[in-house]
Design a protein around this ligand. Structure first.
Ligand SMILES: Cc1cc2nc3c(=O)[nH]c(=O)nc-3n(C[C@H](O)[C@H](O)[C@H](O)COP(=O)(O)O)c2cc1C
Length: 183
């Protein structure tokens, strides 16, 4: 079993990192992680190359996602301005390759079926609804099933930091347990 984690927090020891580490500690199998902030992944430049070719024209760490060699994909992000963090939205634009494959290339790229897990942390008054919707678009393009039990939300980190959020920690452990027995 291989799990790819897309970590979209700028804080290397923040709330999102804590929950990601908790999952990593409990999950079996191979784990790969990419950072939306520190791995230099470019945004889509709308070159339209992927309308004619079943791949992206840009070569960077996004290739870890395009390799499509993982069974689980984890999207882990702080809520920024009610949405996923900016660099993660930027990464999601690179999934246009999958959209265009369907629309223009007769489904030439068929991402393997996988499981999607969403970790969101927030510390404001607003809702996480937009962030969830944006993550769902990513899961859909990646062909990841994303049942509600795969959501881990720690949305009051201003009052209760993730490392004290026992409910979120329990949820992470339950997800890891369930996924571990599947493989
Ligand atoms: C630029 C920015 C925008 C933010 N916007 C929101 C928001 O819209 N809603 C919210 O609940 N929290 C918001 N927050 C708070 C973070 O989501 C919260 O502190 C989160 O736990 C940070 O996770 P981290 O420690 O992994 O960076 C924002 C923080 C920053 C830095």
């Amino acid at each position: 079993m291989k799990t790819l984690i897309i970590n979209a927090s700028p804080r290397k020891n923040g709330n999102t990192a804590f929950l990601v580490n908790e999952l990593k500690r409990n999950l079996k199998g191979e784990i790969a992680e990419i950072s939306a902030y520190y791995d230099g992944i470019a945004p889509c430049i709308a070159c339209d190359y992927c309308r004619q070719n079943a791949q992206c024209s840009i070569r960077d760490k996004m290739d870890a996602i395009y390799a499509d060699d993982f069974d689980n994909v984890v999207i882990a992000s702080p809520v920024h301005m009610s949405n996923l963090s900016g660099p993660l939205v930027s990464i999601s634009s690179r999934l246009q390759v999958y959209y265009n494959s369907k629309r223009f290339l007769n489904n030439k790229i068929n991402p393997r079926k996988k499981e999607g897990i969403l970790i969101l942390t927030g510390g404001g008054d607003g809702s996480a609804e937009c962030a969830v919707k944006s993550a769902e678009i990513m899961f859909r393009l990646l062909n990841a099933v994303h049942p509600v039990q795969n959501n881990v939300f720690s949305l009051n980190t201003d009052k209760l930091p993730a490392y004290q959020d026992n409910e979120a920690i329990k949820k992470i452990n339950e997800i890891a347990e369930r996924i571990n027995v599947k493989f």
